[in-house]
Design a binder for this molecule. Sequence first.
Ligand SMILES: [Zn+2]
Length: 240
Amino acid sequence: MDIGFDKISPTPQYPNGINAHQLSVYDWSSQAGVVLQFKTAIKKDLRDAQLGRCCYCRRLLFDDIATHIEHFVEKAQYPRFTFEIQNLALSCGTCNTQKNGSNKSLAALLKKRAERQGNVLMPRCPTLAQELAPNSPLPSSPQSYRWVHPHLDKYSDNIQINKGWVFVGKTLKGSRTIRGVNLNALAQIERRALFERLATRGGKLSMFVGVMAELERHRAKEVAAVVAKLLWRRRNSPPQ
Ligand SMILES: [Zn+2]
């Protein structure tokens, strides 16, 4: 399937008149002019570099509200990388929610384990191969990361997307990313969306045109099953 972009390359530059040093005194949620200006500019540049696709699932991004600026290395754990452009990428709302969910489960698991063993809780960032020493810079080698890095790793070397939005890990990194973002949950979401798209097509010719367009991303068997379900439904509940 067409993944759009393999990696973000080159990494976009700081927008004109803004530098990392200026931003370093602010939180991500700050309403300061320079922060808002940075976010707007970087969202546009990343969208261009990512050809309008999500950094994890490679589906097309929708409007700005449904598009998230993702911190690949958690900003809560490493606030010093909050405004590092190489740590930022755009994701869709679904992947953002899934990633946050899996981070929370990991944190809860570690907390429980630490309590059981009477240890001090050591936070763990799932995307990093190992935790970083205080004040060390953002790692720039792919080996420093456990997940497929949007700027450093080629997606197609690590993950294959089959028709019907089935994600297959080609490497350990690829498999970890698929699990961490729960990418295979998308198949069901996309099947439902396929059903809804085809349901809007009234006549048989219109449905045929719709089916042809869907065959690029969905397996023929899947599309046929959806069409059969729609036709059955129409026969049993004729329009009022
Ligand atoms: Zn996504």
